[in-house]
Write a protein that binds this ligand. Structure first.
Ligand code: ADP
Length: 478
């Protein structure tokens, strides 16, 4: 008996139609379940329900909101193994990574439960005698959430929890291939006591359900994480409509390895950053920029380390890298591997599919020695494929690191305080890592990038208040 994942509109579970399989990328013969997709009229009902629920929820007691978010966070943490298992089966990252992501989603709900009780404001003296000025924050309104598949619990959590904490109502559209995790969040929020209409889940494709959500006139704000082309199209629509929008998109994150680095540590940072979660992280280290003096040694150590990694069933102990999440993503990865070969990049490791006991989208961790102008060194692939690039010295490495349209995260491995400090100051990225993988961030501090990677205010931590609230300035004469 397979599980059926439903949408959730105005406090009711809605089956939808044209049921589709919720694929298990590690075992195509055993889908996780199935789900029904909504039509445009049902999406409109969800937005209307969120609009109708807004007046009461926006004026609800912060304690009520904090309690609901806290209950949701507690349930996620208590069930992190089970939720992690669902995530691993649906998205394909390994069980330890999946359980870690579930725990992180729970912590995010707990963090924003606290923030609901700490909504900031200011009171200032006016420049006019006898007048007071108050600056307060109010909810922005009905928030549309469009999320990708690569962190199907954590990314929805870091959008839904602040939206609700600050008194907004929500319509959430997850990526098509992870309906189970989205359903689990809705199920938990319902049990936590979210009133009808305050949180709605709409399942279906981006071009139908997503488009109907974005096109609904009653939406006040849109938060999107996904690809650059979709983000740019949504930005144009938002501009025409005056919709408040925040976007996190691609990355081509550099990890610089200097000659003075601890090479064992640098290899671990590179392997983790480039290949864990099957390289399907917007913060993945997809460009490994290595100073000439240690380039050959680093390349040899990477090859030896990659040979020890196990690709396979994400639920199995000892597996380091699960499958690619979908057939479409696997096609993209393989096509970039072909492009790398055609452009003359040298394949140092991997480059081919891996046979496992089940039929799934398994791909070997792949490392190319590339030049900075190669497409595999410039375009986001979003798979377990990294480009090793040679740098003459620190200045050259920094220039290469910044020579990209993206600016999400930049990392450096060095024992030099001078270089680490200079890199933190001059890396053109929203996040910088020193002697750490570029991927792997804390849940309580801002997340986001620059350049083509991001648009609008930061997500997570206290900075989330910028997007999910609007400022009011009130003057009172005594
Ligand atoms: P990816 O290639 O990683 O799937 P996308 O940008 O296509 O990235 O998808 C990210 C999210 O955006 C998904 O939830 C997807 O369904 C949604 N989406 C895709 N196209 C549209 C669209 N035209 N309008 C609204 N949402 C969309």
């Amino acid at each position: 008996m397979t599980r059926q994942f439903k949408s959730y509109i105005d406090g009711q579970w809605v089956a939808g139609s044209d049921g589709a399989d919720d694929e298990n990328p590690a075992d195509l013969a055993a889908p996780v379940g199935s789900y029904g997709v909504l039509d445009a009229a049902q999406v409109a009902q969800a937005v209307d329900a969120a609009a109708a629920a807004l007046p009461a929820w926006s004026l609800s007691s912060p304690q009520q909101r904090a309690d609901i978010l806290d209950r949701a966070g507690s349930e996620i943490l208590a069930r992190k193994e089970e939720l992690g298992r669902l995530l691993a089966m649906e998205e394909g990252k390994t069980l330890p990574e999946s359980i870690g992501e579930a725990a992180r989603a729970g912590q995010i709900f707990k963090f924003f439960a606290g923030e609901a009780l700490r909504i900031p404001g200011e009171k200032l003296a006016s420049t006019r005698p006898g007048v007071d000025v108050e600056i307060t924050r109010e909810p922005v309104g009905v928030v549309g959430i469009i999320a990708p598949w690569n962190f199907p619990l954590a990314i929805p959590a870091w959008k839904i929890a602040p939206a609700l904490a600050y008194g907004n109502t929500v319509v959430f559209k997850p990526a098509e291939i992870v309906p189970g995790c989205a359903w689990a969040i809705a199920d938990i929020l319902e049990r936590a006591g979210v009133p009808a209409g305050v949180f709605n889940l709409v399942l279906g494709a981006g071009r139908t359900v997503g488009a109907a959500l974005v096109g609904h006139g009653r939406l006040d704000a849109l938060t999107f994480t996904g690809s650059v082309p979709t983000g740019r199209a949504l930005l144009r629509q938002a501009a025409e409509r005056g919709l408040k929008i925040q976007m996190e998109m691609g990355g081509k994150n550099p990890l610089v390895v200097l000659a003075d680095a601890d090479l064992d540590q640098a290899v671990e940072c590179a392997v983790n950053g480039a290949y864990f979660s099957t390289g399907q992280r917007c913060t993945a280290s997809s460009r490994l920029i290595v100073e000439n003096a240690v380039y050959d040694e680093f390349a040899a150590r990477m090859q030896a380390r990659l040979a020890k990694l196990t690709v396979g069933d994400p639920l199995q102990a000892g597996v380091d890298i699960g499958p690619v999440a979908s057939a479409a993503q696997l096609d993209t990865d393989l096509s970039y591997i072909g492009i790398g070969r055609d452009e003359g990049a040298e394949l140092l490791f991997g480059g081919e599919r891996v046979e496992c006991a089940t039929q799934g989208h398994f791909l070997a961790p792949t490392l190319f020695a590339a030049r900075p102008e190669h497409r595999i060194a410039r375009e986001e692939i979003f798979g377990p494929v990294a480009a090793l690039i040679r740098a003459d010295d620190y200045e050259h490495a920094l220039a290469l690191a910044n020579d990209t349209e993206f600016g999400l995260c930049a990392g450096i491995c060095t024992t030099s305080l001078r270089h680490a400090t200079h890199f933190k100051r001059h890396a053109q990225a929203g996040m910088v890592m020193v002697n750490l993988p570029t991927a792997g961030v804390d849940p309580h501090v801002p997340f986001g990038g620059r350049k083509a990677s991001s648009y609008g205010p930061r997500e997570q931590g206290r900075h989330a208040v910028e997007f999910y609230t609007t400022v009011k300035t009130a003057y009172t004469a005594a």
